[in-house]
Ligand binder design. Structure first.
Ligand SMILES: [Zn+2]
Length: 113
């Protein structure tokens, strides 16, 4: 599944994050955004769909972190927002793959390099 993303980079705004698929994470977490290391960690031995959701979840944390929104939301509200958006996006991608590919293509096409 997404284990092959280990070591790859995800650019989110100003920061390039390294994906780290790991056997164990501290606090028995399924995923972690490690801002000091610029890494997004995902636990290896979880169900495939959940693993995708966890990676998106950590990407959303990273997005909120650099936007400073986390300061307004507080940890509990941020976690709830991130969880809802991540699960929602996984469903959106799964149920509308052609639309998502089309939108991605259009964003890339209209990006000036
Ligand atoms: Zn979280």
């Amino acid at each position: 599944m997404i284990d092959d993303l280990h070591g790859t980079t995800i650019r989110i705004g100003a920061i390039d994050w390294t994906v780290s698929i790991e056997d164990m994470l501290s606090n028995d977490d399924l995923g972690q955004m490690r801002s000091g290391e610029q890494s997004l960690a995902v636990k290896r031995n979880i169900a495939p769909q959940e693993k995708i959701e966890v990676l998106l979840h950590e990407c959303i944390h990273a997005t909120l972190r650099q936007g400073g929104i986390y300061k307004v939301l507080g940890d509990n509200l941020e976690e709830g927002v991130v969880e809802a958006v991540a699960y929602g996006l996984v469903g959106l991608f799964r149920d509308n793959p052609d639309l998502m590919r089309s939108l991605i293509d259009r964003v890339v096409e209209t990006t000036k390099h």
